[in-house]
Design a binder for this molecule. Structure first.
Ligand SMILES: [Ca+2]
Length: 194
């Protein structure tokens, strides 16, 4: 029995769904093979963390801004046979001060215990002023785009999960002039392999 309603189906109503199904199938196949080609062995990782924003460190002239950074990101699988993993994250400041997003490359050395250095480029929504304005509680970064080196020291919790103490620095290395106070954010980050 093909049609339980007993009504004869019109030509169009049968053929349209079949055509759409075929199209959907080929798109799904294409997407699946593209993902498979991009990551033959593993998928990437998602990560998230909480950071004390703008700690007063010897590396920066700061300790000015307040709040906590809520960070959320994605780390791709290794590029070929290199240890390099591209990453992308956003860090939103809970006190409405400088939030930022960074894209870069990191490498993980070790397994149960590891060190993960990285170098990223960041864009932020804080002040990019070239002179310090002491009347505000903002950092004048001197540039909209900043270098964002980072280091994590962590341990593996399971096959999928790691936790690390993480330091993210941002400054422009005086490439955009003398005004380069920089910022250091220190926190804890959890990564989860997909
Ligand atoms: Ca200021």
């Amino acid at each position: 029995m093909r049609y339980s309603t007993g009504k004869p189906a019109k030509q169009g109503t049968i053929r349209e769904p079949v055509r759409w199904a075929a199209m959907f199938k080929s798109v799904a196949l294409l997407a699946t093979s593209a993902i498979a080609a991009a990551s033959p062995a593993h998928a990437g990782e998602i990560f998230g963390g909480l950071y004390v924003h703008d700690i007063d460190s010897p590396l920066t002239a700061s300790g000015i801004e307040q709040g906590t950074d809520v960070q959320l990101g994605y780390r791709w699988d290794k590029i070929g046979r290199t240890p390099l993993q591209p990453y992308l994250f956003g860090a939103v400041n809970t006190a409405g001060e400088t939030s930022y997003a960074a894209f870069g490359l990191s490498a993980k050395f070790g397994d149960r215990v590891f060190v993960r250095p990285g170098l990223g480029i960041a864009i932020h929504n804080g002040s990019s002023g070239n002179f310090d304005d002491p009347t505000n509680s903002k950092i004048e970064f001197g540039s909209r785009i900043l270098f964002a080196p980072e280091v994590g020291v962590g341990v593996r919790l399971s096959d999928r999960a790691t936790v690390e103490a993480s330091w993210v620095h941002m400054s422009h290395a005086q490439l955009s002039g003398q005004q380069n106070p920089g910022i250091d954010n220190v926190g804890v980050r959890l990564s989860w392999k997909l």
